[in-house]
Design a protein around this ligand. Structure first.
Ligand code: DHB
Ligand code: FE
Length: 279
């Protein structure tokens, strides 16, 4: 039987990918960010997950204003790194896990969560930057990936509570998969940041740290948090944090935090990172 053994949350920032790809991880600006992921890189070598269900958002790379799925699942054999304007990142091909992905699609859709099925797409920094932060620069990624893409770019994004319930449905799907797989679920994006308008550059350390606390201490508060609160407190792009609630919903009521990291700034973003185990 497949089982979700642990979860990771992490911000994504394109400049972090560029720092890795251009050999700048030891630079004074970047070093404190990467140091916070060293514990996790080591832990992942021991945990050896087979598959990561990677909840992320596309930034108008695979999708556009033409098609905006609220929740989508990648069922492809493989995913190329997207060209976001500077050529595709020089990272390994992301290898999918189509059998598990189709099982999750079937289980969730019959469980009344209507995921859009994607059989071909490129993946942008939203997916590849967390992979690089956790695994560094290997020749091949050591895990297969089931991408879950969430619309947080065009209003209206899904509510936090809906994200939580999707996480629960994904956990039910994984539990009913007969193959013996060690599965992790990752929630990515966030934390506070705003890339546009008069409040560009907004960071809110108090909000971010309360969010990190409450993923363990009071997840109900986060389930109930309305979009306007993300917008006001965490900036327009802070809404990416709702994706962390899909990860958290998949873990059940009680979790144990194993590792936590927070650093400001990473480009325009507050970089937050958490490793959780279900209890
Ligand atoms: C930045 C952060 C993001 O989440 C993103 O998608 C693009 C840029 C930034 O901080 O520069
Ligand atoms: Fe983003």
């Amino acid at each position: 039987m497949a089982r979700i053994t642990a979860a990771i949350a992490s911000s994504h920032v394109p400049a972090i990918g560029a720092a890795i790809d251009n050999g700048k991880t030891e630079d004074a600006y970047w070093k404190p960010i990467f140091e916070g992921y060293e514990w996790t890189q080591q832990w992942l070598k021991e945990e050896k997950p087979d598959v990561v269900i990677l909840v992320y958002n596309d930034h108008a790379s695979a999708f556009s204003m033409d098609i905006i799925p609220t929740f989508a699942i990648g069922c492809a054999e493989e995913y190329q790194s997207a060209d976001e304007g500077w050529g595709p990142r020089p990272v390994p091909l992301v290898v999918g896990e189509p059998d598990l992905a189709w099982h999750i699609a079937q289980s969730c859709i019959l469980d009344e969560f209507d995921l859009t099925i994607i059989n071909k797409m490129d993946v942008d920094h939203g997916l590849t930057v967390p992979m690089s932060l956790m695994f560094g620069q290997p020749d091949a990624w050591p895990v297969k990936v089931v991408p879950i893409a969430v619309n947080v770019v065009q209003y209206p994004p899904p509510t936090g509570n809906r994200c939580w319930m999707l996480g629960e449905a994904i956990a039910r799907a994984v539990e009913s998969y007969p193959e013996d797989l060690n599965v992790q679920i990752w929630g990515t994006g966030g934390m506070s940041h705003q890339l546009q308008g008069p409040r560009a550059g907004l960071i809110n350390k108090a909000f971010d740290n309360a969010f990190l606390d409450d993923l363990t201490a009071n997840p109900q508060r986060l389930r109930d948090m309305p979009h306007i609160e993300y917008l006001r407190e965490a900036g327009s792009e802070g809404i990416e944090l709702v994706m962390w609630l899909i990860m958290r919903g998949a873990l059940g009521d009680h979790v144990k935090p194993l590792h936590r990291h927070y650093h400001v700034p990473g480009s325009n973003t507050a970089v937050g990172h958490l490793v959780l185990k279900p209890e």
